[in-house]
Design a protein around this ligand. Structure first.
Ligand SMILES: NC(=O)c1ccc[n+]([C@@H]2O[C@H](COP(=O)([O-])OP(=O)(O)OC[C@H]3O[C@@H](n4cnc5c(N)ncnc54)[C@H](OP(=O)(O)O)[C@@H]3O)[C@@H](O)[C@H]2O)c1
Length: 368
């Protein structure tokens, strides 16, 4: 008994030491290193790079080695990119848990950005789905650059001819988030009452239109200045959050997609139907440690005790859903809403603007 107690104690101490070490390693910030020397004969391109975590001030607009397509890859000349909250989470390395992927102390990959649209410049010898000259859009780390390489079976699809590169570049993360949250997690059905909290941002403007394309009765929550825009993209009802708190109203919803996380889960529960589903897309970003993960953890605790479903959610970029979005846009059911445009060298300003939390649709980077 005594030995067992001692072993347990040792195990607990080891776990505690491991956790503290992990916490220290995750929260450690290395200094910004210099740019490495570029190979003499390297072909160069312009890119946004970062070599340490921090504010937009750590971003540099630099020469970088132009990539070449491997056998199963497509080389895309980027004409437009778009900015997402994910970009500034990676730039700042917060919440720290992000660093399990992006790198301890400093970013492993100095390139930033994900969403892009452009023209295929070259393809590897095993590529069959794309050819030089194809106009495409997709998602790949390092999109804030003149060129990206993507595997042909990853998040890459042909751009609808009716869309500009800027519109197409605004789609991948935000639209796939909205689509997967509504369709896969929310199990949206025609005639359902669906509420989109944060209807005027990147995810929200896609969510309103996608929910309408599924035949739902859509309510969008936004501030006064965005009411007309949210109505114009198809919302049946709009609620001005500066005047009215929807969690205190009489209406019940079958599905709530929450991009904001500004109410408690019990407040949301109050306005869900008894079998309603609440999908947690975004949440408060304060808190260095687990930030946006706080609400999903609370949802896991609450779920066994209520009839409604509170569903944490993480979007996945894939070719199939980019194709679904292409078809929706080609059919005229979804049109990206673009707020501001910046040049590639102005990515720091674009991120600063997005971080203020009041983008009106998508913020795009134009390389044309
Ligand atoms: N789970 C995932 O896989 C996933 C994927 C993508 C994004 N996200 C998260 O989802 C969230 C939204 O992303 P986004 O790209 O749409 O961000 P965004 O473009 O920055 O959108 C911010 C929007 O939030 C609205 N807003 C701010 N306060 C509000 C309030 N109290 N009530 C209603 N709306 C409010 C703003 O509208 P006003 O100007 O009218 O205030 C603005 O339009 C972020 O937290 C992001 O990290 C999660």
């Amino acid at each position: 008994m005594k030995l067992r107690y001692k072993v347990l104690n040792v195990i607990l101490i080891l776990v505690a030491v491991a956790l503290v070490s992990l916490a220290l390693a995750l929260s450690h910030d290395s200094a910004c290193g210099p740019a490495p020397l570029l190979p003499n004969k390297a072909q160069l391109m312009k890119a946004i790079v970062y070599r340490c975590y921090g504010s937009p001030d750590v971003l540099r607009f630099e020469d970088f080695e132009k990539p070449t397509a491997a056998d199963d890859q497509v080389l895309v000349k980027v004409h437009a990119a778009s900015v997402n909250p994910l970009d500034w989470h990676y730039m700042r390395g917060t919440p720290y848990i992000v660093r399990m992927d992006s790198g301890f102390g400093k970013p492993e990959n100095p390139r930033l950005g994900v969403d892009f649209a452009g023209t295929v410049e070259a393809v590897g010898k095993n590529v069959t789905r794309f050819k030089p000259g194809d106009e495409v859009f997709g998602g790949k780390f390092g999109a804030f650059a003149e060129y990206v390489t993507v595997r042909e079976n990853r998040a890459l699809a042909l751009k609808p001819a009716s869309l500009t590169f800027e519109q197409a570049a605004s789609v991948p993360i935000a639209a796939l988030t909205a689509l997967q949250a509504l369709r896969d997690k929310g199990r949206i059905r025609p005639g359902q009452k669906v509420l989109i909290n944060g209807a005027s941002g990147g995810v929200g403007t896609f969510a309103v239109q996608i929910a309408k394309s599924f035949g739902a009765d859509v309510t969008g929550v936004c501030s006064t200045k965005n009411l007309a825009m949210v109505r114009s993209i198809g919302a049946d009802h709009v609620i001005d959050y500066t005047l009215e708190d929807f969690t205190k109203g009489g209406q019940r919803y079958d599905l709530i997609l929450d991009n904001v996380g500004n109410h408690s889960l019990l407040e949301y529960k109050r306005v869900l139907t008894p079998k309603g589903i609440f999908v947690i897309v975004g949440g408060p970003t304060n808190g260095q440690w687990i930030g946006p993960m706080v609400t999903p953890i609370k949802a896991l605790v609450l779920s066994p005790f209520v009839s409604q479903k509170f569903v944490p959610f993480l979007a996945e970029l894939n070719q199939e859903d980019l194709t679904v979005m292409r078809d929706l846009m080609q059919a005229g059911k979804v049109t990206p809403v673009i707020d501001r445009r910046y040049r590639l060298s102005e990515v720091p300003a674009a991120i600063r603007y997005l971080e203020e939390g009041h983008a009106r649709g998508k913020v795009v980077i134009s390389l044309e």
